[in-house]
Design a protein around this ligand. Structure first.
Ligand SMILES: Nc1ncnc2c1ncn2[C@@H]1O[C@H](COP(=O)(O)OP(=O)(O)OP(=O)(O)O)[C@@H](O)[C@H]1O
Ligand SMILES: [Mg+2]
Length: 163
């Protein structure tokens, strides 16, 4: 799927939702707050679409939309691959001109014993490149990892539109 396809389907869903939620036909702003399962490859794809739609709703330009979708994709894939599956919550923050998107990715997997190492580019316990977590942090403005061995991992990340 190309970036254009994704963008197009994000816009189409927003349009449909606008019609469905506005009896008078006028599109009303709808705060996004949704939790998605991250338990399959298909879920990873759905999550990308949902995050794209939220970034459009929050008014981000295309390059920032893609930054946020990429971060979400890396975090969701980590929850799926390393955490045994989990969830992603998407929230649109703020009012008026200052808007943001918050991603909260949770799993109840093995946890991350050494967060500094996990954030180091090239460090991996799997077969990836070891760039996902550090890359996601660089793409977002606020980034918190809450993890405990055998209890799971929650990563919270925000990007704002005014920085
Ligand atoms: N949710 C998680 N649960 C447990 N361990 C994790 C989690 N997320 C990351 N890690 C650990 O941190 C390491 C680094 O993660 P990172 O996303 O940077 O690289 P990767 O997933 O191994 O490869 P890729 O470049 O494909 O993302 C992982 O190899 C894994 O050991
Ligand atoms: Mg990864």
């Amino acid at each position: 799927m190309t970036l254009y396809d994704e963008e197009f389907s994000a816009r189409r869903r927003l349009t449909l939702r606008g019609h469905a939620s506005a009896p008078g036909g006028t599109r009303t702003a709808q705060p996004v707050h949704a939790t998605h399962a991250v338990r399959s490859e298909q879920d990873l794809l759905s999550v990308r679409h949902a995050v794209r739609a939220a970034t459009v709703e929050a008014g981000f330009a295309l390059v920032d939309q893609t930054r946020i979708v990429t971060a979400a994709s890396e975090l969701a894939r980590n929850a799926y691959v390393h955490g045994g599956g989990g969830s992603l919550t998407i929230e649109v923050l703020g009012h008026g001109p200052r808007r943001g998107v918050r991603l909260t990715v949770r799993d109840q997997g093995p946890g991350i014993p050494d967060v500094d190492k996990a954030l180091t580019d090239g460090w991996t316990t799997g077969s990836g490149l070891g760039h996902g977590l550090g890359g996601a942090r660089r793409l977002m403005h606020e980034f918190t990892i809450d993890t405990a061995v055998d209890r799971g991992t929650t990563v919270t990340a925000i990007r704002w539109n005014d920085r």
